[in-house]
Design a protein around this ligand. Structure first.
Ligand code: NAD
Ligand code: TYD
Length: 354
């Protein structure tokens, strides 16, 4: 079986669902269930004994040691993290704790486990670290996209903590020989994404007729990838990626934020028409401090070496995503209660419309 961390979050839950459907191999899923973790994402596996859920913290070394001994995983796929840039600006401590200390604790447990293995089990063991393109910092409008050789220049507490975790993973390979691989992926979107991130926030607000907050001038660029394509890339890297290597993953779908928001408005208008349309809900608000202007990924390495190609275009992925949120109003309503309201107050109250 494999050990997945953070498998109740957005990408992790998509991965676990896809993994069990595609491979049938059992998963032990360690997740702390922070505000971002949601067992409802895994409801389809409730009665499936190929999925074992363990609620716990990445920073709990004794728990990790027990999990390795009990489940004897052949691989680790490490998603668990604090993942939202705006939250990292308001409260960076949790990012250092989970992303740096948590990854360190997991690496130590994995190293101890792996060093006790012999023969093929030791040879074949893999530690896959799921990271982000944000570690590379920001690009100018005409700069070439990030490659695996781009120097790290993280700009937010989130990206700095992810960069720290990437460096630890690299060091554990270099120093101890731990067979680790890292993926650095661009912005994901799709089912089960918590509506604090741009795309689900825009869909959820639009459906309620609320303002659609666009930071600054809305001309910042992100390179969007549908989550199932990311999950497939991770499966391929786990199977055939070379230990010690990093792989950039991205969908060649650079879009300005305002284009993304308008695209959502238009997609919604075609399936759930609103008098006067949705675009009029756009509200320009104060910019994010230290806001990275542009991310773009050069994914030639994973395409050439592993034959990976995204299946969804941005338009097809966005249409699927809008459909999913329309069909899952209850899921959205549940995650938008409680702590979420507090977050909206914290993040948006001080950003009066610009
Ligand atoms: P998410 O915030 O939706 O989910 C994170 C999960 O980790 C949650 O289920 C949470 O409960 C769990 N978690 C947090 N702290 C924990 C701890 N201390 N111990 C155990 N579990 C803990 O995040 P996501 O968007 O699914 O991202 C998953 C991974 O992919 C992250 O490492 C992130 O940096 C990376 N990534 C995300 C994107 C993106 O666009 N979302 C892009 C590239 C890379
Ligand atoms: P986000 O989804 O938070 O991802 P990231 O910061 O990791 O790229 O934001 C995507 C882009 O959308 C980013 O440039 C910030 C912008 N944004 C808004 O304009 N308004 C919002 O309310 C949010 C959450 C993000």
């Amino acid at each position: 079986m494999i050990l997945v961390t953070g498998g109740a979050g957005f990408i992790g839950s998509n991965f676990v669902l896809d993994w069990i459907a595609a491979t049938g191999e059992p998963v032990v899923n360690l997740d702390k269930l922070t505000y971002a973790g949601n067992l409802a994402n895994l409801a389809a596996l409730a009665a499936d004994d190929r999925h074992r859920f363990v609620r716990g913290d990445l920073c709990d070394a004794a728990l990790l040691e027990r999990l390795f001994a009990e489940h004897r995983p052949r691989a680790v796929v490490h998603f668990a993290a604090e993942s939202h840039v705006d939250r990292s600006i308001h409260g960076p401590a949790a990012f250092v704790q989970t992303n740096v200390v948590g990854t360190f604790t997991l690496l130590e447990a994995a190293r101890t486990w792996w060093q006790g293995l012999e023969g093929a089990a030791r040879e074949d063991f893999r530690f896959l670290h799921v990271s982000t393109d944000e570690v590379y910092g920001t690009l100018g409008e005409s700069d070439p996209p990030f490659t695996e050789a781009t120097a790290y220049a993280p700009n937010s507490p989130y990206s700095a903590s992810k960069a720290g975790s990437d460096h630890l993973v690299r060091a554990y390979h270099h120093t101890y020989g731990l067979p680790a691989v890292t993926t650095n992926c661009s912005n994901n979107y799709g089912p089960y994404q918590f509506p604090e991130k741009l795309i689900p926030l825009t869909i959820a607000n639009a459906l309620e007729g609320k303002a659609l907050p666009v930071y600054g001038d809305g001309r910042q660029v992100r390179d969007w990838l549908y989550v199932a394509d990311h999950c497939e890339a991770i499966r391929l890297v786990l199977e055939r990626g070379r230990p010690g290597e990093t792989y950039n993953v991205g969908g060649d779908s650079e879009r300005r934020n305002l284009e993304v928001v308008h695209g959502i408005c238009d997609a919604l208008q075609s399936v759930r028409p609103r008098a006067g349309g949705y675009r009029g809900l756009v509200a320009f608000v104060a910019d994010r401090p230290g806001h990275d202007r542009r991310y773009a990924i050069d994914a030639r390495k994973i395409r050439g070496e592993l034959g990976w190609n995204p299946r969804e275009s941005f338009d097809s992925g966005l249409a699927k995503t809008v459909r999913w949120y329309l069909d899952h109003g209850e899921w959205v309503a549940r995650v938008r209660s409680g702590e979420y309201r507090q977050w909206v107050e914290t993040n948006y109250a001080s950003r009066s419309a610009a």
